[in-house]
Design a protein around this ligand. Structure first.
Ligand code: SF4
Length: 480
């Protein structure tokens, strides 16, 4: 019987994405018994990944699926039979880069009419993006979102064999798909998703619409994944979630939270555990205690504050105050005195006047951050903040960002200086991009270190004496 390929036309719906149901989350085991196993034989793929660690982890799954279909990876666009852009919707800039890239990639369609171009990730979850792709980029063959990566084999079958365009974006799905194949980028450190989606609805953020409702993975599955990574020789895992501190909030059959998961994972023999991202309102005492107690939970906490003004925080729907944030910082520092704290800050949010900005600078000074991602507010279609009245000029926003960055950079340097002349443990990632024989890796506090060494050290944890602290990295020498 001829397969009906017309089924693959499903556009996103912001209205559906906004909804949160109380229905139980389904966990589905991925069926890897594909009858199109050799679809990619002799073919090459290239993936460009934009945005956060969640997208990087998704790219590893996409690659895993493509390798199951016998595709091979290439970095040469002329050799590629499939080019996929795994996109990010968090800022307008990132979206513009993707549209620019699609314009540039069109040339390869002329030289290779069989080339498939696909757009995946967060951007297709937005109605306006799909409309624009449909109207202005007719040569894009595949459009799918964050919820249906596991269906890539079907989509490729449709696009390659039936020569049909595939557009399928789910807005209301809430399943967890387990046992998807992964082709991990590193063999010593790995991303581990502990949950998907977000229910916070910060007013500037598209994630609750692009990634769906909050769904926590069963702790047994997470623990098994980490144990297997240990057996495979991995040294470090980074637990991923939009708000890891709310892990388990959706369990209806057990009282199991993020701190329970940290404690259980710390008992595995994994050498290093990191996690991102945290939400200050849900960062509880039990989590602080778990980090303080276990040596293999790294003493670096990325704790996005976004603003130091209570008025702005309220407009952002962050659900904490400047005072509550600083109290939390205080508790963390008391329990983990050597901790390294980093943050995210948005400058120029609607209603951020001079006084509100000064509050942010004041908070930054009090919290002693050792790094931050700082951005000028970028309105995202469909979010409440996009409709807020914004009276601050771009010139003022840029000047504020510059002032903020000056303070943040002082924090970076100060945070690095405290390790001068100390011996630190470094997980070696690889060779430095700029110099041969120079290795690069990260300390427990997530500080980048460069030191001279042999490639055989890549993937290992080694001791390094810090000889000099720069603003963005440390210089050191091997210490036996
Ligand atoms: S917590 Fe807020 S900023 Fe973070 S993903 Fe959720 S809505 Fe976005």
């Amino acid at each position: 019987m001829k397969k009906d390929y017309s089924q693959y036309f499903r556009r996103p719906s912001t209205k559906a994405a906004r909804k949160r149901t109380t229905e139980d989350v389904q966990t589905i085991d991925f069926d890897s018994h594909l009858n199109i196993k050799h679809l990619g034989q002799g073919k090459h793929y290239l993936i460009q990944t934009y945005g956060c660690q969640g997208n990087e982890a998704d790219t590893e799954t996409i690659k895993g699926l493509l390798h199951q279909l016998d595709f091979k990876e290439t970095t040469d666009e002329r050799q590629a039979d499939l080019i996929l852009l795994n996109t990010c919707a968090i800022r307008e800039n990132a979206e513009n880069r993707v549209f620019g890239e699609l314009g540039r990639l069109k040339q390869y369609k002329k030289s290779n009419p069989d080339l498939l171009i696909g757009v995946a990730g967060c951007m297709p979850q937005e109605e306006s993006v799909v409309d624009r792709l449909l109207m202005k980029y007719p040569y894009v063959d595949l459009i799918f979102g964050t919820h249906n990566i596991y269906k890539i084999p079907e989509y490729l079958e449709t696009a390659m064999l039936a020569k049909e365009r595939v557009i399928e974006v789910f807005s209301d799905e809430g399943s967890i798909i387990e046992n998807l194949p992964k082709k991990r980028e590193f063999s010593h450190k790995a991303w581990v998703n502990i949950m998907y989606g977000c229910d916070e609805f910060c007013t500037y953020c598209v994630v609750p619409y692009t990634r769906g409702k909050e769904r926590s993975r069963d702790p047994k599955q997470v623990i098994e994944e980490v144990k297997k990574l240990v057996l495979d020789g991995y040294q470090e895992v980074t637990l991923l979630g939009q708000n890891v501190n709310s892990y388990g909030r959706d369990f209806i059959d057990k009282d199991y939270t993020f701190s329970h998961l940290l404690n259980d994972l710390a008992k595995t023999t994994i050498k290093r555990i990191r996690f991102t991202t945290s939400h200050p309102k849900d960062f509880d005492d039990a989590t602080i205690a778990a980090i303080a107690e276990h040596k293999n939970i790294m003493p670096h906490i990325h704790l996005p504050v976004q603003s130091g003004s209570n008025k702005v925080l309220k407009k952002m729907n962050r659900k904490y105050t400047k005072e509550a944030y600083l109290t939390l910082v205080d508790k963390i520092v008391k329990a983990i005195p050597h901790v390294s704290l980093t943050t995210d800050i948005i400058v120029g949010f609607p209603e951020e006047d001079d006084e509100a900005f000064e509050e942010t600078l004041d908070l930054v000074n009090q919290a002693h951050f050792e790094g931050a991602f700082t951005f000028i507010f970028s309105p995202r279609a469909g979010t409440p903040a996009a409709a807020y009245h914004d009276t601050t000029s771009n010139v003022v926003k840029k000047a504020r960002l510059q002032r903020l960055n000056t303070v943040i950079n002082q924090g970076y340097l100060k945070g690095n200086k405290r390790f001068e002349n100390q011996v630190v443990e470094v997980l070696v990632d690889g060779e430095s991009k700029n110099k041969a024989n120079i290795l690069a890796g990260y300390t427990e506090h997530n500080k980048l270190v460069n030191f001279e060494g042999d490639c055989s050290l890549i993937g290992k944890i080694v001791r390094v004496k810090v000889t000099e602290a720069k603003t963005w990295f440390l210089l050191g020498e091997r210490h036996e």
